[in-house]
Design a protein around this ligand. Structure first.
Ligand SMILES: [Zn+2]
Ligand SMILES: [Zn+2]
Ligand SMILES: [Zn+2]
Length: 383
């Protein structure tokens, strides 16, 4: 993720999540291009916002920004296509929402805000990678949508079941992603993490994992050739899923699972292996982009000769990102170095490792497959 600068005299640092500038107090936000957080001025006469660099265009805050402060989306009113009987003004990210949490329960609002922050970050990297990203209105058949809902009581950290609610399972089904609101509650999520003996469980991880399932359908399923290549890399995805699930919870995976898989859950079924590996690819790309933004990608940064090597990383913020020679090897080598720095920084703060994973050679191969699937460069896959 990049950081941004306000246009005020202080050139104040702005973050992806910023909704106002702490120096000049102006409203800041993200428009539909979803690549720049910048300041907006308010025009009393029209009651709209505008950008100084583009004064003719009129903007309004997304309803979820104005009413609940759960996003920092700004909507260009000229691009707005009103639907019959619907005068909602929603930003790029909020237009993917099908169901938001029950807002009559005020305790849901801060948790919803965490959900939106994770969703927006996950979407940013997908957009930066030029992956197809269409909501249900743009593509009723293959569009992407989100349900944020729960079947449990927020007041006891989601322990008690709500009488009136159907069960809610976090998962993906034909472009429809459900995330249980309980995952936004730190107590509830930590309890699940320890109960499941997981080393990493975050909201952002959930989004990236479920989006991985969606993009398997979008990038792989339609092509016989890609399907065959995927089977070679991840195993046969036609294996009975329910059977694999049952087996996974009955028997622990073999002790040496790390030799072939990024996580224990990835051992369950080739679908889950793909989704887990996809999530890691996104974690790596986002975190390296952040590191590069602050010039801390490890020993490969520094003098002029090394700067050339850093350029080869082809991270989303680089204009050269779509070079055909985009090298996953340099990305993963940089990641190996940087993740050591990242974990060491965490240890200095008395915290657990941020990236408690090992990238074995087979895992690197799977990450490479995903990289080439994203860039549609299957011809570059080396066996
Ligand atoms: Zn400012
Ligand atoms: Zn919004
Ligand atoms: Zn999954």
């Amino acid at each position: 993720m990049k950081t941004f600068r306000c246009s005020c005299d202080n050139k104040q640092l702005l973050f992806f999540e910023s909704s106002s500038c702490v120096s000049c107090q102006r409203v800041v936000g993200l428009d539909d291009a979803f690549n720049k957080v910048e300041p907006y001025d308010f025009d009393e006469e029209s009651g709209c916002y505008f950008k100084a660099r583009r004064p003719a265009a009129r903007y309004q805050k997304c309803d979820n920004n104005a009413d609940y402060n759960v996003c920092n989306g700004m909507v260009n009113l000229d691009d707005l296509v009103p639907e019959d009987g619907n005068d909602e003004v929603l930003c790029f990210a909020c237009r993917f929402n099908e169901t938001v949490p029950d807002l009559s329960i005020v305790e849901h609002i801060p948790l919803w805000k965490k959900m939106e922050a994770a969703k927006r970050r996950a979407l940013y990297t997908l957009k930066a990678l030029s992956l197809p990203l269409r909501n249900l209105r743009q593509d009723p058949e293959n569009g992407l949508s989100f349900d944020f809902t729960t079947d449990r009581d927020v007041n006891d950290h989601f322990v008690s079941k709500l009488d009136y609610s159907e069960s809610v399972f976090t998962g993906h089904d034909c472009g429809h992603i459900t995330i249980n609101l309980a995952e936004a509650d730190d107590v509830a999520r930590s309890q699940t993490k320890y109960a499941m003996n997981e080393r990493y469980r975050t909201l952002l991880g959930h989004f990236r994992h479920e989006l991985g399932h969606y993009y398997f359908d979008q990038l792989i399923v339609g092509s016989e050739k890609k399907n065959a290549l995927s089977k070679e890399c991840f195993g046969d995805d036609e294996l009975d899923y329910q059977e694999s699930l049952k087996k996974y919870y009955e028997n622990k995976p073999a002790d040496n699972w790390r030799d072939e898989f990024i996580s224990e859950y990835a051992t369950m079924h080739p679908y889950e292996d793909w989704a887990e590996t996809w999530a890691h690819y996104m974690h790596i790309m986002d975190t390296l982009e952040t590191a590069k933004n602050f010039s801390i990608t490890g020993s490969i940064t520094g003098d002029a000769a090394d700067a050339e090597e850093t350029d080869e990383l082809n991270l989303p913020q680089d204009s050269k990102f779509f070079y055909s020679q985009t090298s996953i090897t340099s990305v993963l080598d940089a990641w190996m170095e940087f993740s050591v720095i990242l974990n060491s920084l965490n240890r200095s703060m008395g915290m657990n490792d941020a990236y408690p994973f090992v990238l074995s050679q087979p895992v690197r191969k799977k990450l490479s497959f995903i990289h080439h699937a994203i860039h549609n460069k299957f011809s570059l896959i080396k066996s």
